[in-house]
Design a protein around this ligand. Structure first.
Ligand code: CU
Length: 113
């Protein structure tokens, strides 16, 4: 019994870093550490609607790992209204979102068209 537990723990210890590692290594290989840290939270998406009147943007986004969110289309608030001048409906974008008390807020966005 004890050897089974030992084996299970050993496998878990080997498997966990093996799953987490490759992407991080690959990434830091072509970017300075600070850039890698910043882009790690970036999510890909496509703008569906820009609503300057209510400072909101609808984005069809891919998985957002930092927010533990699966792909979906949703409305985000924006940190600064000026962010909405940088993109328009139909643009492919990369963006950073944060979860706040009032909901999800885009803090950075750039078109990748
Ligand atoms: Cu979402």
């Amino acid at each position: 019994m004890e050897s089974l537990i030992t084996t299970t723990l050993l496998l878990a210890a080997i498997a966990a870093p093996a799953l987490a590692q490759p992407k991080a290594e690959e990434h830091s290989a072509h970017h300075p550490a600070s850039a890698a840290a910043a882009s790690a939270d970036m999510a890909d998406g496509e703008v569906r609607k820009v609503d300057k009147g209510s400072a909101k943007i609808t984005i069809k986004h891919a998985e957002i790992k930092s927010l533990d969110m699966p792909p979906m289309t949703m409305v985000f608030q924006v940190k600064e209204l000026a962010l909405l001048d940088k993109v328009k409906a139909g643009d492919k974008v990369r963006f950073v979102a944060e979860k706040t008390a009032t909901g999800y807020v885009v803090t950075m966005i750039e078109a990748t068209n």
